[in-house]
Design a protein around this ligand. Structure first.
Ligand code: SAH
Length: 249
């Protein structure tokens, strides 16, 4: 996806780059069931790494965090150091479609709000080999919550991520791609608003006075505000589902 440079001005130094919360990360981890002591974890599309830190804390394991946007990775490195977690986290600038780890390297493969960059099914298929047999995948993905979404929401998703589909279809894709479902849940609205959109809205308000009349900045402000309003008006018709599944052999 091509994003204008000003997009990153809005998004830098944000706790998260998509809907989520520590509570939801921990809830998903519970559904993963018992893990080995100090599990090996891969966090794909980690962004600034809120869930990376949570995974390291909650499991006591080692998390390899990968993303392609270096400023997010720099941010994560700082946050990990400040939290005293640097020793548990390896940070790597690498594309999710070109992961170089050996087969079976991980007990847990994790990805919050990022698999859409390569597509849900493509991610499921490409990442399966990274799990040891019986290893667990946890990933969140946008879904329709109704068969009859309002036209405005449909138009929005047609332009943002036309591959968005139903929970049922994603469950079928998981089964077809070699995973057995352990559980799933829909992220609460607070994961969208408090976790993601309200910090962005505050950032927009802070930046606006400095960029009046700048067309690129104003286009980004409008795009962000449109996305937040869409959620406020039609967020009951779509959401994020967190799927937790075991590699099925
Ligand atoms: N998991 C984080 C970030 C989600 S936003 C959170 O929930 O806060 C999606 C992330 O995917 C961004 O950080 C973006 O830089 C990253 N990304 C986009 N394309 C990518 C690719 N090809 N490989 C790896 N990461 C990618």
């Amino acid at each position: 996806m091509d994003l204008p440079p000003f997009f990153f001005e809005v998004h830098r130094d944000m706790p998260r780059q998509g809907p989520g919360s520590d509570l939801s990360t921990r809830r998903a981890l519970c559904l993963a069931g018992p893990l080995p002591e100090a599990p090996a974890i891969l966090d794909i599309g980690c962004g600034p790494g809120e869930q990376t830190l949570c995974l390291a804390r909650a499991t006591g394991g080692h998390v390899t965090a990968v993303d392609t946007h270096q400023p997010f990775l720099d941010d994560l490195a700082q946050r990990a150091a400040a939290a005293g977690l640097s020793g548990q986290i390896t940070i790597r600038n690498q594309s999710m479609s070109e992961l170089s780890d050996p087969d079976g390297a991980y007990d847990l493969v994790w990805s919050e709000g990022a698999v859409y960059n390569m597509g849900f099914e493509a991610g499921l298929r490409a990442w399966r080999r990274l799990l040891r047999p019986g290893g667990v995948l946890g990933l969140s993905e946008s879904v329709w919550l109704t068969d009859t979404p309002p036209a405005a929401a449909r138009a929005f998703w047609d332009s943002e991520y036309p591959a968005i589909t139903s929970v049922e279809e994603n469950l079928a894709l998981l089964a077809r791609s070699g995973y057995r479902l352990l559980g799933y849940f829909i992220l609460p609205a607070s994961d969208w608003m408090e976790g993601y959109y309200l910090p962005i809205r505050a950032r927009l308000a802070a930046l606006r006075p400095f960029h009046a009349g700048d067309p690129e900045a104003e286009a980004v402000f409008a795009m962000e505000e449109r996305e937040i309003r869409m959620y406020e008006e039609h967020g009951d018709s779509y959401g994020y589902a967190f799927f937790i599944a075991r590699r099925d052999d």
